[in-house]
Ligand binder design. Structure first.
Ligand code: CS2
Length: 496
C-alpha cells in the first residue's frame, strides 16, 4: 500500500513554489466568485504585488454556491496551486493570498458584513455573465428577477450578487462610510460602468428613506473601474491533481490549470488604494474600452463560434476543434470580417501578432480546454459578444454571415430541432436559458419559425429583433447545420 502524499497547507508548501513569502497583514479585498478564473488571475496578480510591496491585501474569497471549493481551501489553509500548462512544459506556483472563504448562498449576511468591514478596500467580482441579473431585453437590472425582488424586500440575507453588494455598501455607509472600489472582472462590455449602473438601479428601487443617503454616498465614495481580463482557465481534472502530486509531492484537491498567457488592463480609479498589480504585468490606463472590445470580440466572440461548431463536429476540446480546417477558417472569417471592423485596435497592440497568438492559445492541446465549458451559458455570453457588432454591420447594409452562423450553431447545441442529435459535447453544455429555448423549439414546426420566436423574443436583446434578414440567415444556417453538418455550413458562410 502506498502512503498518501501530505496535503498542501501553509506548513507543507515548498518555499520555492510561493510567489511571495509575506505574512498577510489584513484582508483588503473581498472577492465574489471563488472559481478557477479568479484563482488563476486576480489572485496571481495580487501575489505578484505582494512579492514587491507589503500591503493589507489578503483576499476573502466568496464562492457563489459551491461549498466544496470553500471547504477544500479551508482544509489547505487557503493555499492551492496554479498549474501553468503549455506543450513546452508545466510550471506550478502557489499564490497564497487568501485569508478566508465564504459561501454566498449560505452566508449572505457574512458577505454583507465583509463588504462593510472597515479593512475592505476593494470588492472584486468574477461571477460570470449570468451573475449580474441582467434583464435580457434591456441589459439593465432585472427588477423582475425573483432574487432581486427578495433582496429589495430585504427580509432575508441577500442572495444575488447585486443585492449582496448594495446591502454591504449600505451597511458600510451606516457603520463608517469609508470609500471602497467595486471591481468587476467579468467579460462584459464596460463591466465597471455596468456594475455601477446595476448598483444604482438597485439602490433607486429601495424605499426613499434608505435610497437617498445611499445614492448620494455611492456618488461620493464608491468607484467602479472598467477592466479587461484575459487568461484561459479550464476546469480542474484529476490530471492536474496528478501534476501537482508529481511536481510538488503534495495533495492539492483544488489546483487551478491555466495557460501561460495572462493580461489585465484596468482603469486606475480606486477609491481606497489597491495592490501594486503592475508588478504582475497589469496595465493601468484611462480608457479600457478598446482593450475590452478587442478581447471580448476577437477572443470571446470567436471562441463561441469555435466551441459550438466544434461540439457539433464531435470535438471535445477547443484545440481539437480549431485543428479542423473548416472550423479554423470560420474562426478567421468571423474574427476578421465580422468582429474586427467593429472595434478600434488599441494603440500599441500589434494586431497580426495578437491574432496569431489567439490561434496559438486556442491550439494549446496540453490545456485541454473543453468545448462544453466555452459553450455553456451561451444565452448570457452571446448577448455580450454578438448583437452590437451584428447591428453595426446590419445598419451599414451588410450581412454578418459568421455571426449568424455563431447564433445558429449555438441554437443547434442549446435547443436542437426535433430529430437532430447535436452529440455528447453539445448535450453536456449547461445554460439557464436552454429550457426556454427548448420550449420554443418544441412549439415551432420550422427553423424559421423557431428562430423568429427566439430572436423576436429578445434572446439577443431588443436590437436584433428588428432585423428579419438576420433572423432568416440564422434559420438557413440551422437548416444546413442539421441536414449537412458543420463543414457545409462553414462553406455556405464563406461563399456568401
Ligand atoms: C471563454 C472565456 O468560456 C468562455 O466563454 O470565451 O472564458 C475565455 O476563455 C476567457 O475569457 C479568456 O480570458
Amino acid at each position: 500500500m502506498t502512503t498518501p502524499l501530505p496535503r498542501l497547507t501553509a506548513a507543507t508548501v515548498p518555499p520555492a513554489a510561493l510567489t511571495h513569502r509575506r505574512e498577510l497583514t489584513g484582508t483588503g479585498i473581498v472577492h465574489l466568485g471563488l472559481g478557477n478564473f479568479h484563482r488563476a488571475h486576480q489572485a496571481v496578480y495580487t501575489a505578484a504585488a505582494l512579492a514587491h510591496t507589503d500591503g493589507p491585501w489578503g483576499v476573502l474569497g466568496v464562492a457563489s454556491r459551491s461549498a466544496a471549493v470553500a471547504e477544500a481551501l479551508r482544509a489547505q489553509d487557503f493555499r492551492y496551486s496554479v498549474v501553468e500548462i503549455s506543450p513546452g512544459g508545466t510550471r506550478i506556483t502557489v499564490p497564497a493570498v487568501h485569508t478566508g472563504a465564504l459561501v454566498a448562498a449560505e452566508q449572505g449576511d457574512a458577505v454583507v458584513a465583509a463588504i462593510a468591514a472597515p479593512g475592505t478596500r476593494v470588492v472584486s467580482l468574477t461571477v460570470t455573465e449570468n451573475g449580474y441579473t441582467l434583464a435580457p431585453r434591456t441589459g439593465g437590472l432585472d427588477l423582475d428577477h425573483p432574487g432581486i425582488r427578495a433582496d429589495l424586500a430585504g427580509d432575508a440575507p441577500p442572495r444575488t450578487t447585486v443585492g449582496q453588494i448594495v446591502r454591504g455598501l449600505q451597511r458600510r455607509l451606516r457603520a463608517h462610510g469609508a470609500p471602497v472600489t467595486v471591481l468587476s472582472c467579468d467579460n462584459l462590455a464596460g463591466n465597471g460602468t455596468l456594475t455601477g449602473q446595476l448598483v444604482r438601479a438597485f439602490a433607486q428601487a429601495l424605499p426613499a428613506a434608505e435610497r437617498d443617503p445611499l445614492t448620494d454616498w455611492l456618488e461620493a465614495a464608491v468607484t467602479f473601474p472598467d477592466t479587461m481580463v484575459d487568461r484561459i482557465v479550464p476546469a480542474t481534472t484529476d490530471a492536474y491533481r496528478a501534476a501537482v502530486a508529481d511536481g510538488l509531492g503534495l495533495r492539492d484537491a483544488v489546483p487551478v490549470p491555466a495557460e501561460p498567457f495572462t493580461m489585465w488592463v484596468l482603469q486606475d480609479g480606486f477609491a481606497a488604494g489597491r495592490p501594486a498589480w503592475e508588478h504582475g504585468g497589469a496595465l493601468f490606463t484611462a480608457d479600457v474600452e478598446p482593450y475590452e472590445l478587442l478581447k471580448l470580440r476577437l477572443l470571446n466572440g470567436t471562441h463561441s463560434l469555435i466551441a459550438y461548431l466544434g461540439a457539433l463536429d464531435g470535438r471535445d476540446t477547443i484545440p481539437d476543434s480549431v485543428a479542423r480546417p473548416h472550423i479554423a477558417d470560420a474562426a478567421r472569417r468571423v474574427l476578421h470580417e465580422d468582429y474586427l471592423p467593429s472595434i478600434t485596435v488599441p494603440a500599441g497592440i500589434d494586431l497580426d501578432a495578437y491574432v496569431a497568438r489567439l490561434f496559438d492559445r486556442w491550439s494549446n492541446t496540453a490545456l485541454g480546454h473543453r468545448t462544453r465549458q466555452v459553450g455553456s451559458d451561451g444565452s448570457a455570453k452571446l448577448r455580450q459578444r454578438v448583437p452590437e457588432p451584428a447591428l453595426l454591420h446590419l445598419r451599414a447594409g451588410r450581412m454578418p454571415h459568421h455571426l449568424a452562423l455563431t447564433v445558429a450553431a449555438y441554437l443547434c447545441c442549446a435547443a436542437p430541432p426535433g430529430g437532430f442529435d447535436p452529440g455528447p459535447h453539445a448535450a453536456a453544455m449547461t445554460d439557464p436559458g436552454a429550457a426556454g429555448l427548448r420550449a420554443a423549439a418544441a412549439r415551432s414546426t420550422t427553423a424559421a419559425g423557431f428562430t423568429a420566436a427566439v430572436l423576436d423574443g429578445g434572446l439577443l436583446g431588443d436590437g436584433l429583433a428588428g432585423h428579419p434578414a438576420f433572423t432568416a440567415r440564422v434559420a438557413e444556417f440551422i437548416e444546413v447545420l442539421t441536414r449537412h453538418g458543420t463543414a457545409a455550413a462553414a462553406r455556405a458562410a464563406a461563399e456568401a
